[in-house]
Design a protein around this ligand. Structure first.
Ligand code: 4AD
Ligand code: MG
Length: 462
């Protein structure tokens, strides 16, 4: 019977006849006329030790030539193992080689490669322990996200990837076109868009929020979960040009409800990672960041601090810490400020709310003070902002004023404004960057190492 390496490693498999299929990690020949072959198929962190001996017909001709990276099918009996860190091993009765990997040419040799180097081999890095663990953790978090919302009665809505509207109003959009813009006829110095595929400029979406609001304002509780794109020229360890975002949106929720939802959501994600991905988290804890598990255990139960932007500024102004960027009311918080709040001041997640209106997009609800909007950012140690969200502006005349303030053309958002014209309701939502979540939970330092194929300025190889 074919079984996974994960199942073959379990003591319940002892005594079974099994067939495993995977890739050779290492081969070691013993003087006694047999070899130890470690095989992995990606189903678990550790591989399965296989013992192949000279009774195999192809022992000399093939088994003793197996190299790291070769692919094999091995049949045999699962036995108890006396080896350290493994309960079982497979005594091979046949070894079939599918594909050889030339030891000279195969990049993933036994030695440790740097994470930077492994990025150049995005087609092979899933075969390493680190990237196998990241892939399994990412899968576990994605499942947890769907489970959380599905169990809570949210509807999963698919919002478009190609869109005409700039949700964040930040102008960081990738244009989608079939035209050679250089060669196009221009009218008044501007490209004639009527000849383009959509007969108007179209872009890759930066967020599914605006379309998500349409569904929340009809069906109550919804979430989107899909790829989003930002053409920001940010070469940092926390920014990607293509990343996955989860965006719940709830009709009749206010900012407090939104903060409570975000906190419940993150805690569920942390506890699911702990209970379902224990082996991989142990690996991250040993090899990447020794505080990973303790931090998750603490956060899964302790309360998140909630402080207003104004309070945060006064803490930062008076704390005596020397910052590269000095703070004052109205400034955007830099990562050094976020780190001070989450790592030094509160030693845990912090939800900041009520930001200055000038810092935030047009759709956030304006507070009675006229100066701030009902925004919230969830900050976590090391990663900084993991969630951004707000209560939405549901009043037509106020949102029209905000659009004018930000030089947005209301005609481009006519359908969004209709939601305020016909049966408007208070509503709120947020966006979680999946990669920031995987980064935080694994402790991996660079966001490029928690997405299978990172897209960053100057890099789109695969
Ligand atoms: O704060 P942001 O820009 O908020 C929005 O897009 C809202 N429309 C969401 C909403 O209310 N529905 O982005 C939300 C989150 C950030 O907190 C961060 O986790 C992640 O998306 N994010 C990025 N992750 C990786 N690379 C980037 N360039 C990111 N930009 C934002
Ligand atoms: Mg944000």
């Amino acid at each position: 019977m074919r079984i996974s390496v994960h199942d073959a490693r379990h003591p319940d498999s002892i005594g079974k006849q099994a067939i495993i299929r995977g890739w050779v990690r290492t081969r070691r020949d013993s003087k006694g006329g047999f070899s130890f072959i470690e095989v992995n198929d990606g189903s678990s962190l550790g591989g399965l030790q296989v013992i192949a001996d000279a009774t195999l017909a192809n022992y000399e001709s093939e088994v003793k030539k197996l190299t790291t990276g070769s692919s094999v099918t091995i049949a045999g009996e699962i036995k108890p193992s006396g080896g350290k860190g493994q309960a079982t091993e497979l005594l091979a009765s046949s070894v079939e080689v599918h594909g050889w990997a030339d030891a000279e040419a195969y990049p993933l040799q036994k030695k440790q490669h740097s994470l930077e180097k492994l990025r150049e081999w995005a087609h092979l890095r899933p075969r390493t322990n680190t990237f196998g663990a990241v892939a399994r953790l990412r899968n576990c978090i994605s499942r947890s996200i769907h489970n959380f919302f599905q169990e809570d009665g949210f509807l999963y809505v698919n919002t478009p990837i190609i869109t005409a509207s700039d949700c964040e109003g930040a102008g960081a959009m990738f244009r989608v076109t079939t035209l050679d813009l250089e060669k196009l006829p221009k009218v008044d110095g501007k490209v004639d868009n009527s000849q383009d595929f959509f007969q108007k400029p179209a872009y890759l979406t930066v967020s599914g929020q605006l379309e998500g609001e349409i569904f929340a304002c009809a069906l109550g509780k919804i979430y989107t979960f899909g790829p989003t794109f930002r053409a920001e020229n940010s070469n940092t360890s926390r920014h990607l040009a293509e990343f996955w975002m989860v965006e719940p949106e709830v009709a009749f929720n206010d900012l407090d409800d939104n903060m409570t939802l975000a906190e419940r959501f993150l805690k569920r994600m942390f506890s699911d990672a702990l209970s379902q991905c224990g082996e991989d988290l142990k690996f991250f804890n040993e090899h990447v960041d020794t505080t990973t598990i303790a931090t998750l255990e603490k956060l899964a139960t302790s309360e998140f601090r909630r402080i207003s932007y104004t309070e945060a500024i006064s803490i930062l102004e008076t704390c005596g810490e020397k910052f590269d960027y000095p703070v004052s009311w109205g400034c955007d918080l830099q990562s050094e400020h976020e780190r001070y709040l989450t790592e030094k001041k509160f030693d845990g997640p912090v939800i900041l709310y009520d930001y200055p209106r000038s810092l935030k997009p047009f759709y956030m609800r304006v507070n009675d003070d006229g100066k701030t909007v009902r925004a919230m950012d969830v900050l976590v140690p090391k990663v900084g902002e993991i969630i951004g969200g707000s209560q939405r502006e549901e009043r037509l005349e106020v949102i029209e004023g905000r659009m004018a303030e930000q030089h947005l053309n209301p005609a481009d958002y006519w359908w969004y404004l209709d939601l305020r014209r016909f049966g408007t309701v208070p509503h709120a939502g947020f966006g979680l960057g999946l990669e920031r979540a995987v980064q935080f939970i694994s402790g991996m330092a660079n966001i490029r190492d928690v997405i299978p194929f990172p897209r960053t300025p100057g890099s789109a190889e695969f």
